[in-house]
Design a binder for this molecule. Structure first.
Ligand code: SF4
Length: 235
């Protein structure tokens, strides 16, 4: 491999190519770095901060930080995972993530991340309980932004893959949320076949008529922690 170099993640030597991010090299080596806003095929954003690792004495987002020769990266440690659990816990508190009545339960990356990080009692922050209106105007798709984690995947997919720009952010700070580029979803170019409709990690973008179709025991995260498909490359 031309110009390949090694660096270390939690003491394990990892091979990387120039320009690869820490996360890309880790994925190829079978080392899972937790993430929520990153998704295969989408440009990296570095927004959720769940992938934050300690590298070269600094906290950096592994999805955007290039790997460097000799870099020492701290990833899967109690301290890192405690910070990640706090971030995930804050996401639960900011939205209405009522898993027992959510059709994404068992297929939800936020829920799966909470399980992986052993988030058993989310009680340390105030519950904000937003009351954002459900947009069910589209015949095939509904949008419940009370479950949105502002990962921006739908925005990037709609812009970069679908070439439509259906989604975007409105508002600032804690009031920032995903909105559609029109009076409602029905009055956009959104189609159920868009890439943007397939990348939502939570139960915010909902395909109508598909809810609860997968039996318990056969859902995406019923048999393995999130990230296990990456870790299995090492076995
Ligand atoms: S709607 Fe889904 S994909 Fe879009 S920002 Fe919210 S959580 Fe992410």
């Amino acid at each position: 491999m031309t110009d390949a170099f090694t660096f270390r993640i939690d003491g394990v030597d990892v091979l990387a190519r120039p320009g690869q991010t820490i996360m890309e090299a880790a994925d190829a080596a079978g080392i899972y770095i937790p993430r929520l806003c990153d998704h295969e095929g989408l440009r990296h954003q570095g927004g959720c901060r769940v992938c934050t690792v300690r590298a070269g004495g600094r906290s950096v987002a592994a999805c955007t930080q290039p790997a460097e020769p000799g870099l020492d990266v701290e990833n899967d440690t109690p301290a890192r995972n405690r910070i990640r659990r706090d971030l995930v816990e804050m996401l639960f508190h900011e939205g209405n993530h009522l898993c027992p009545i959510c059709e994404k339960s068992g297929n939800c990356e936020l829920q799966a991340m909470a399980y992986r990080l052993e988030m058993t009692q989310p009680t340390r922050f105030p519950w904000l309980e937003p009351c954002r209106a459900l947009d069910a105007s589209h015949p095939d798709i509904a949008l419940d932004t009370n479950r949105c984690i502002s990962c921006g995947r739908c925005i990037r997919a709609s812009q970069d893959i679908d070439g439509k720009g259906v989604f975007g952010y409105v508002g600032r700070g804690i009031h920032r949320r995903v909105a559609v580029n029109g009076p409602d979803l029905a009055h956009t170019g959104a189609a159920v076949t868009d890439a943007a409709m397939a990348v939502c990690p939570v139960g915010c973008i909902i395909r109508k008529g598909e809810g609860f179709s997968t039996p318990i025991g056969e859902r995406a995260f019923d048999h393995g922690l999130i990230g296990h498909e990456i870790e299995e490359k090492r076995k």
